[in-house]
Design a protein around this ligand. Structure first.
Ligand code: GTP
Ligand code: MG
Length: 319
């Protein structure tokens, strides 16, 4: 089959756009982080205590968080003492290495136990970017040749069902939905059953946004998960929490409560393009030991990328 040359994802990737897009999506955090570092090293030769203190401030401003910043500073100070960091260039190289390490150490890899049909449950607070992320994932995976089915599990508002159907139609994937007000676990049940029956590779189930502190709504979410497991034992294979990066450090307590209630397998960090707080990824992986699976760097269908720690750090410091 001939591919349309105008497919935006296709064209982007042909241009080697992955890194360019990442770089532009992270420009606000880069301004805070690399821009801040540029300012403090400007006109100074030595890596001394004063410089490291200013570096600490820059990291905190970019929302790297107190714990992760302390880790990074301790590592750098040790290397300065051992004479392994002798100038600013070496300091920057070492900082980048330690930052990439923070994003990968202790983080569990993606589980690979899914059978022929992989079920993914998407959860998070209101407006974090769940439905948009599902649409973007549908596009990505369909383009990879996978058979994708969506479940419009946000039955809270009619507009949410409509939003999911619009994405499904645009990406050319089936969408299982019921009327607004229907039981979300019934929709999840139907979606997974249909996914298995139709031999789908991936079923992605949307849910209504909810606060992590709302007991009743968290119980409802647990029920969705239980019902999915009843239709297909072992499912959902991945429960992904979608977090809005612009809330910075607040995302840590949010993620912790969702994780305690639901058992999360990974994170999707959205809206990185709109915030200088992208440093939060370092603290959230450090605190929760959960992998960031995807990042959202814009509103368009192609603005979702699998998270690549090394590329992320590189893009944060790229000129
Ligand atoms: N700039 C930017 N906007 C995003 C990104 N991801 C989502 N959005 C926008 O965020 C808004 C909310 O997105 P939704 O996908 O509807 O969020 P949701 O979590 O499904 O919201 P509820 O269903 O109401 O809980 C929309 O305007 C999206 O276009 C992103 O990575 N970058
Ligand atoms: Mg939604």
């Amino acid at each position: 089959m001939e591919r349309a040359l105008t497919d935006p994802v296709e064209t982007e990737e042909k241009k080697g756009g992955f890194f360019a897009r990442l770089k532009s999506g992270l420009s606000k955090t880069r301004d805070t982080l690399a821009g801040g570092i540029d300012q403090i090293v400007h006109g100074r030769a030595d890596v001394d205590d004063a410089l490291l203190e200013e570096l600490e401030e820059v990291l905190l401003l970019a929302d790297v968080g107190a714990g992760a910043t302390a880790d990074l500073l301790a590592a750098l100070k040790k290397e300065v003492a051992q004479n392994r960091i002798r100038d600013q260039k070496e300091m920057l190289e070492s900082l980048k290495e330690h930052m990439a390490r923070l994003l990968t150490e202790n983080v569990s890899p993606e589980s690979s136990e899914a059978g022929p049909t992989k079920v993914i449950l998407i959860i998070g607070v209101n407006g974090s970017g769940k439905t948009t992320t599902i649409g973007k994932l549908a596009r990505r995976w369909k383009k990879e040749g996978k058979k994708v089915l969506l479940g419009a599990g946000d039955t809270f508002r009619a507009a949410a069902i409509e939003q999911m159907r619009v994405w499904a139609e645009r990406e050319g994937v089936p969408c299982i939905h019921q009327k607004s007000g229907a039981d979300p676990s019934a929709v999840a049940y139907d979606a997974v059953q249909a996914g298995v029956a139709r031999g789908m590779d991936v079923v992605i189930v949307d849910t209504a946004g909810r606060l992590q502190t709302n007991q009743n709504l968290m119980e409802e979410l647990k029920k969705v998960k239980r019902v999915i497991a009843k239709v297909l034992p072992g499912a959902p294979h991945e429960t992904l929490l979608v977090l809005d990066a612009s809330i910075g450090q607040n995302s840590i307590s949010q993620a912790r409560l969702f994780h305690e209630a639901m058992g999360i397998d990974g994170l999707v960090m959205t809206k990185l393009d709109g915030t200088g707080k992208g440093g939060v990824l370092f603290s959230i992986t450090r605190e929760l030991k959960l992998p960031v699976r995807f990042i959202g760097i814009g509103e368009k269908a192609e603005d979702l990328q699998p998270f690549d720690p090394a590329a992320f750090v590189e893009a944060l410091f790229a000129r």
